[in-house]
Design a protein around this ligand. Structure first.
Ligand code: NAP
Length: 246
């Protein structure tokens, strides 16, 4: 995979899966913009990533706010004057059974997880179209395909990402831009650490591989889809779930 001179933006890159994706890119020499709502996580990630010898900038970003997204891309244009790879990774959960789900919990999950992908992709495609090259990889979830009790907002937002990904793929294939998604199963991060032990044990019974995934399992699939090697693959979803859903 030859990423020479390329620049990637990883949203929610301060920790968890996003941070692992950023580290995978840094090891391959990709220059990075790490954008996250948590400024401390951003500073810490940037310091660690520059140790790999790449240029990395940190940006405070709320993916659900158009002005914040616009500022992020302006910062990237100023620093690198190009954007080759967009990883739409930022995401949250606000779980609850449908009947008890508050409207604000629906709105915040859909705005961050789905509208955020729309806003960042719209901005990135302006530059990618001019370059006639781009890679967009969106992080969906197994919940988009199986549903998950207590996650009406989350599973709807992650299923929406799949439709959005396929539409971007169709609209911009002619400009050399691919759009794909990765749908992780249960991956060991802060997002899943909060689950009660008995829920984790029940989940593991559903996973043929017999374990939760690790962040690198997801990062490896993302980096392939973000590379020039995946040139003829667009509009697809790679499932990274240890066989939980196939
Ligand atoms: P995580 O550890 O919670 O990391 C998510 C990162 O996104 C955090 O740094 C978070 O900041 C940031 N973020 C939250 N809201 C944001 C916003 N509005 N704008 C910009 N950044 C924001 O989660 P993760 O487990 O690595 O998950 C990463 C992605 O994978 C998410 O889209 C998630 O839905 C998806 N996924 C995860 C799993 C899993 O099992 N872990 C499974 C399927 C899909 P804070 O630290 O301030 O919250």
């Amino acid at each position: 995979m030859d990423f020479k001179g390329q620049v990637a933006l990883v949203t929610g890159g301060g920790r968890g899966i996003g941070r692992a994706i950023a580290e995978g890119f840094a090891k391959k020499g990709v220059n990075l913009a790490i954008a996250d709502i948590n400024p401390d996580a951003v500073s810490e990630a940037v310091a660690a990533l520059t140790a790999f010898g790449v240029r990395a900038i940190g940006i405070s970003l709320d993916v659900s706010k158009a002005e914040s997204v616009k500022k992020t891309f302006d910062d990237i244009r100023k620093e690198f004057n190009r954007i080759d790879i967009l990883i739409n990774n930022a995401g949250i959960t606000k779980d609850g059974l449908l009947l008890r789900m508050k409207e604000e919990d629906w709105d915040s999950v859909v705005n961050i997880n789905l509208k955020g992908v729309f806003l960042c992709s719209r901005e990135a495609i302006k530059d990618m179209s001019k370059q006639r090259y781009g890679r967009i990889v969106n992080i969906s979830s197994v919940a988009a395909f199986m549903g998950n009790a207590g996650q009406a907002n989350y599973s709807a937002s992650k299923a929406g990402i799949v439709g959005l990904t396929k539409t971007i793929a169709k609209e911009y294939a002619g400009r050399g831009i691919t759009a794909n998604a990765v749908a992780p199963g249960f991956i060991k991060t802060a997002m899943t650490d909060v689950l009660p032990e008995n829920v984790k044990e029940e989940m593991i019974k559903l996973i043929p591989a017999g374990r939760f995934g690790i962040v690198e399992d997801v990062a490896n699939a993302v980096i392939f889809l973000a590379s020039p090697d995946s040139d003829y693959i667009t509009g697809h979803v790679i499932h990274v779930n240890g066989g939980m859903y196939m």
